[in-house]
Design a protein around this ligand. Structure first.
Ligand code: HEC
Length: 366
């Protein structure tokens, strides 16, 4: 017993020496891991001490649940999942940095028993507590905490994390260290836009108001998201009839940057007076009704061509007395569109009667 009494103080001094000389190594029994070990640029990893196994060795994983995009001041739940079969003690560290490596947003350690916050070089870290190492939990462990996005759009933010799937031997050997990172970007603002252009022949015109004429228009979604574009064509009233623009589609779903062609049909009716009819087509974004595009096409409706045999005035296939009578009925009249004005000089006179007479008896049916 005397021997033991004498030797104990010696052991005590030796243990004290060991604690001081190995510095932070022994201190880790009660202290969290050092900061700046997340694998972020210019940082080390937990494997600086927990060496022995390759970093990110196959057979285990570290996964992050982070917001894909962030809104300023919004609070997000972050989850860290660390796994490796056979391991039974767990640790992690995470930081969030902007593209320049500066602190981005703020972590909150709501689960204060298992997570805690630290700061180094103006960067903030969240990491496990002693209880948070979940000693005896086999094969996998996770931590959950909150992160508040910065109060403004500071560009992409990268979350860097390191995890140590340890074996609980109170030493830095036999442990597996994993590192990973994930990016969160500010939301892209929605931009709406539409363009409209005439493709193909722009110089089309129709001589036949009733038959009409087709034009091809190209509608493009110039915005950065899916949009529904509505199309509207105008109508033009003539002296007699009117001219309408109608579209093959009135509403089109378009992905960002996608285009679609539509057909504009411009048509008059039996009473439409010859002339120029400007028809406008307007395309409007369904996302932002202020975003519109417009094109105007002028369609020329021409005078119908004169019949090839104007002397068969009633167009019944033969030139006979009835045709003479029709010319005689308009005799002396002047103006446009007179059926009896066979030579088109603006008046119905003896010359027109002579034309009928000179073709008298002819078969005009072919
Ligand atoms: C400077 C060296 C050093 C660094 C860097 C380090 N550790 Fe450790 N860690 C130790 C030592 C020494 C121990 C053993 C003493 C103890 O259990 O506290 C230890 C123990 C642990 C334990 C308990 C393991 C067991 O088997 O008992 C966990 C978990 C842990 N560290 C996690 C981490 C994580 C996570 C990181 C990186 C973010 C990290 N450590 C970085 C030195 C380090």
């Amino acid at each position: 017993m005397n021997y033991l009494k004498n030797i104990l103080p010696v052991w005590g001094v030796f243990l004290l020496f060991l604690t001081i000389s190995t510095g932070n190594a022994l201190a880790f029994s009660f202290l969290p891991p050092p900061d700046e070990k997340t694998g972020a640029p210019n940082e080390g990893t937990c494997a600086d001490c927990h060496a022995g196994n390759t970093l990110n060795a196959s057979g285990g994983s570290l996964m992050l649940t982070i917001p894909e995009t962030y809104e300023p001041n919004e609070v997000y739940t972050i989850i860290i999942d660390l796994s490796r079969a056979g391991q039974s003690k767990w640790g992690f560290e995470m930081t969030a940095l902007d593209a320049n490596g500066a602190r981005a947003g703020s972590f909150t350690a709501d689960d204060a028993a298992n997570t805690q916050l630290t700061e180094t070089n103006n960067k903030q870290y969240i990491q496990h507590t002693t209880a948070g190492t979940a000693t005896g939990t086999n094969d996998a462990h996770s931590w959950e905490f909150q992160w508040t996005a910065p109060d403004a759009d500071i560009g992409p933010i990268t979350f860097y994390a390191a995890g140590n799937a340890a074996n609980g031997d109170f030493g830095p050997t036999g442990d597996y260290v994993y590192t990973t990172q994930g990016e969160s970007t500010p939301p892209v603002p929605v931009v709406a836009g539409v363009s409209l252009e005439i493709v193909g022949d722009t110089a089309l015109s129709t001589i036949d108001a009733v038959e009409g004429v087709n034009y091809t228009l190209k509608v493009t979604n110039t915005g950065n998201m899916m949009d529904t574009v509505s199309l509207e064509a105008s109508a033009e009233a003539g002296i007699g009839g009117s001219v309408l623009g109608s579209l093959s589609e009135r509403s089109i779903e378009l992905e960002a940057s996608a285009s679609k062609e539509v057909t504009l049909t411009v048509k008059g009716d039996l009473l439409t007076t010859p002339g120029d009819y400007p028809i406008s087509v307007t395309a409007t974004s369904g996302t932002d009704s202020v975003m519109t595009a417009e094109v105007t096409i002028t369609t020329t409706i021409e005078m119908p061509p004169p019949p090839p045999t104007p002397w068969d005035v009633n167009d019944d296939g033969t030139v006979n007395i009835q045709d003479l009578v029709l010319v005689a009925n308009e005799f002396g009249e002047a103006g446009e569109g007179l059926k009896g004005d066979l030579n088109g000089d603006g008046t119905v006179n003896i010359q027109d009667l002579v034309i009928v007479a000179s073709h008298f008896g002819e078969d005009t049916s072919n």
